[in-house]
Design a protein around this ligand. Structure first.
Ligand code: GLY
Length: 440
């Protein structure tokens, strides 16, 4: 275990203090932190989420489609059905705001948005996700179910949310194959280059799957069902074995196994530049996923993996501006991915919480500052008329710009350089993690 660094500084502060012995670079770092604070906890960030949410509150029935991304050239969200893997992020974002309003009210514009109204919106937007918990045809239940309902249960004690989480964890566990030692990610997968259409013939596991393990650990901790945590740990151990390239600690996106023998058949990409390249969001999923597994298990190998994946991520921020390209190996110039940036920042904060070594906080801050500088959309604002109405303004529906869903040449859905619901979700989570760490 690395030696903890003494007295973690209060890195985010709301005002200047007199520090005459600061060098120019210290002053610059400090001013970046203050600008990060004002963006992370600005009324504009809340107004963006609320401006999208409130439009659905007067409808006769709760939403069945969820915000996903703002198509390039548009500033308004495109919506996808509630069975899509991203459906938990918008309700999850509302719950992150509810957490902020209830637990850290000093960092929430309470005078603009009443907590009870926000809680109503959280429930309204997540209502049609409960039913998704029964699905056994997807591994994405961590994203879809854990994000809204863990917060709902923790903030309100709602029993139905706990039941939904338990159902979802068992649905996810049903995809575990003991002969392979992994949870199946996708039943099928087709691009313009390959087609896996028979789940009996192919067993596809992606690095992203690491993020869904939190659902198993959390439900295991609530219920005492150790089968769930044991599946999660076995999956993480085998993903560590198969999704990581050595000695550099870059990640493979997709591994296809023989489900009878557990042998690796091939290693591929679905969303990166090439099979042997490093898709930056996949790398970021790895950092955060292994750091979370360490938090649950205290297995040193998981922390070492998170750190090594993180150092590789930082070593590939090669334009000097700290914002990852969508794939570290894609020919330049090319698009960025601010969702990878925000997921990696969360990963570094999780590593910092575990170690706590200031170097990981520095990595997080560097990526955060750079992303805010490059990709913060023009602000939204609450109207001054005493209502909770919002002017979204020219910046549109999302807090961040410059995300990339998938720029793989052979992708059936190819989108780059747009706003994205999970870039904003992890932006809000960064704020809550910093509050939780007592650094603000
Ligand atoms: N988990 C799918 C993605 O990151 O795009």
């Amino acid at each position: 275990m690395p030696t903890p660094t003494a007295s973690p500084p209060l890195l985010f502060a709301s005002g200047e203090t007199t520090q005459p012995e600061q060098t120019d670079s210290e002053r610059l770092a400090r001013s970046q932190r203050i600008s990060a604070t004002s963006a992370l906890f600005s009324p504009s960030a809340v107004a963006k989420i609320w401006g999208v949410a409130r439009g659905a509150l007067d409808r006769a029935s709760p939403p069945t489609e969820m915000p996903e991304y703002t198509p390039p050239g548009s500033s308004s969200y495109s919506y996808t059905a509630a069975d899509f893997w991203t459906s938990g992020f918008f309700p999850g974002s509302l719950y992150l705001l509810l957490e902020r309003a209830k637990v850290y009210p000093g960092h929430f514009p309470i005078e603009k948005l009443h907590v009870e109204k926000l809680r109503y919106a959280c429930r309204w937007w997540s209502e049609n996700l409960h039913v998704q918990a029964h699905r056994t045809d997807t591994h994405d239940l961590g994203f879809m179910i854990l994000l809204p309902f863990q917060k709902d249960y923790e903030l309100t004690g709602d029993r139905r949310s706990l039941d939904t989480l338990v159902t979802a964890a068992n649905s996810l566990a049903s995809r575990f194959e003991p002969r392979v030692g992994l949870i199946r990610s996708w039943d099928t997968c087709c691009t313009k280059r390959y087609a896996f259409e028979d789940p009996k013939a192919d067993f596809l596991v992606i690095i992203d799957n690491m993020l869904n393990l939190n659902l198993l650990y959390w439900v295991s901790a609530q219920t005492g069902d150790l089968r769930l945590s044991s599946i999660a740990t076995t999956h993480a151990e085998n993903s560590l074995k198969h999704h990581i390239r050595h000695p550099q600690w870059s990640t493979v996106h997709v591994v296809n196994f023989d489900q009878e023998t557990g042998a690796v058949k091939e290693k591929l990409t679905n969303q990166g530049y090439a099979d042997d390249s490093t898709w930056s969001r996949g790398q970021a999923w790895g950092i955060l996923g292994f750091a979370q597994c360490y938090a649950w298990t205290r297995k040193q190998a998981f922390l070492d993996a998170a750190i090594n994946l993180g150092e590789y991520f930082v070593s590939r921020l090669d334009d000097g501006d700290g914002v990852p390209h969508w794939d570290f190996d894609a020919p330049r110039p090319t698009y960025r991915d601010t969702s990878a940036a925000m997921i990696a920042v969360c990963g570094f904060l999780c590593i910092y919480e575990a170690t706590p070594e200031v170097r990981f906080l520095s990595h997080a801050l560097r990526i955060l500052d750079a992303t805010l500088k490059m990709s913060l959309a023009p602000p939204a604002r609450f109207r001054d008329d005493g209502s909770d109405a919002v002017d979204l303004g020219s910046g549109g529906d999302t807090i961040l710009l410059n995300a990339t869903i998938n720029n793989h040449e052979f992708a059936p859905r190819r989108w780059a350089d747009h706003g994205l619901v999970y870039a904003d979700y992890f932006f809000l989570e960064v704020g809550n993690r910093l509050l939780g760490l007592g650094l603000v």
